[in-house]
Design a protein around this ligand. Structure first.
Ligand SMILES: Cc1cc2nc3c(=O)[nH]c(=O)nc-3n(C[C@H](O)[C@H](O)[C@H](O)COP(=O)(O)O)c2cc1C
Ligand SMILES: CCCCC(=O)C(=O)O
Length: 284
């Protein structure tokens, strides 16, 4: 590549050159045949713009609000696990970038920096993403730590009763590092050395009995607004509103969970048609 990178694909190529294969594959991979992974990109290619001309664009303002917080554009930072696999500063650097862009960062439950380190690193508005483990006490402690440290919302990811089957991770025997947030609470080490350690960890730890009923439990341990992430149908969105969530994130988890689901962008309309603006969002 000549000169500085000018688009996301060029940054991706630099990442491929810089990262160990195991981590690059983890970051970029999708589940199973990776059909949805391809669709997530191609569905955007099918959307054409319909420009109108002779409009004064000398002053434009893309800002909007999310749960009452102003962001400079309708773009937020999605929760992604384990940033230190790519850079020693990890999620602290991502939070600084969120602050610089005046947007919201959602910190992953599986972050490599702690809830506290990210909170004290800058003044970015932060939400905290939650996976529900069988050990509910661990989840409750993390949610309460997030609340105490000024996180403004809980993003409950609901599309991961078990981890998607990521074939590259199986081949690479992807290793999950010990996560500092869980020190003294739970070990992220697993015995299984057959395939993906991360998949084995999730199988052992994530609560696959999680259901709509558990929203009541989450409400009982936090007063923060609750968003659910991973909705792909209007039926589930309606259910989410009925149980009183504060926001819905339309998502197929970057095609990393169930393969052969539709591209996220292609179901956004189905979901939003049913709702007043402001309740539904999609990450990219
Ligand atoms: C490397 C990587 C790690 C991710 N880790 C998490 C995570 O810890 N929690 C989570 O809820 N989503 C996680 N995601 C999913 C993203 O939040 C997001 O949903 C996805 O990248 C974009 O797809 P979407 O537009 O369908 O949401 C991860 C995605 C990637 C690429
Ligand atoms: C058990 C790790 C889950 C992180 C995650 O959500 C992802 O890799 O997509």
């Amino acid at each position: 590549m000549e000169g500085e990178p000018v688009n996301v694909s060029e940054f991706q190529e630099l990442a491929r050159q810089a990262l160990p294969k195991m981590y690059y594959d983890y970051y970029t991979g999708g589940a199973e045949d990776q059909y949805t992974l391809k669709e997530n990109v191609e569905a955007f290619h099918r959307i054409m713009l319909r420009p109108r001309v002779l409009v004064d664009v000398s002053r434009i303002d893309l800002s909007t609000t999310v749960l009452g917080y102003r962001v400079s554009a309708p773009i937020m930072i999605a929760p992604t696990a384990m940033h230190k696999l790519a850079h020693p500063e990890g999620e602290v650097a991502t939070a600084r970038a969120a602050a610089a862009c005046n947007t919201i960062m959602v910190l992953s439950f599986m972050s490599t920096c702690t809830v506290e380190e990210v909170a004290s690193s800058c003044n970015a508005i932060r939400f905290f993403q939650l996976y529900v483990y069988k050990r509910r006490d661990v989840c409750a402690q993390l949610v309460q730590r997030a609340e105490r440290n000024g996180y403004r919302g809980i993003v409950l990811t609901v599309d991961t009763p078990r981890l998607g089957r990521r074939e590259a991770d199986i081949k690479n025997k992807m290793v999950a590092p010990q996560l500092k947030n869980f020190e003294g609470l739970l070990s992220t080490e697993v015995e299984d050395d057959e395939g993906s350690n991360l998949e084995a960890f999730a199988k052992e730890t994530f609560d696959d009995a999680l259901s709509w009923r558990d929203l009541g439990w989450l409400r009982s341990i936090t007063s923060l607004p609750i968003l659910i992430k991973g909705v792909l149908t209007h039926e589930d969105a309606i259910r989410a509103v009925e149980v009183g969530v504060d926001g819905i994130i339309v998502s197929n988890h970057g095609a990393r969970q169930l393969d052969y689901t539709p591209a996220t962008i292609s179901v956004l309309e189905e979901v939003t048609l049913y709702f007043p603006t402001g309740l539904v969002m999609q990450f990219m």
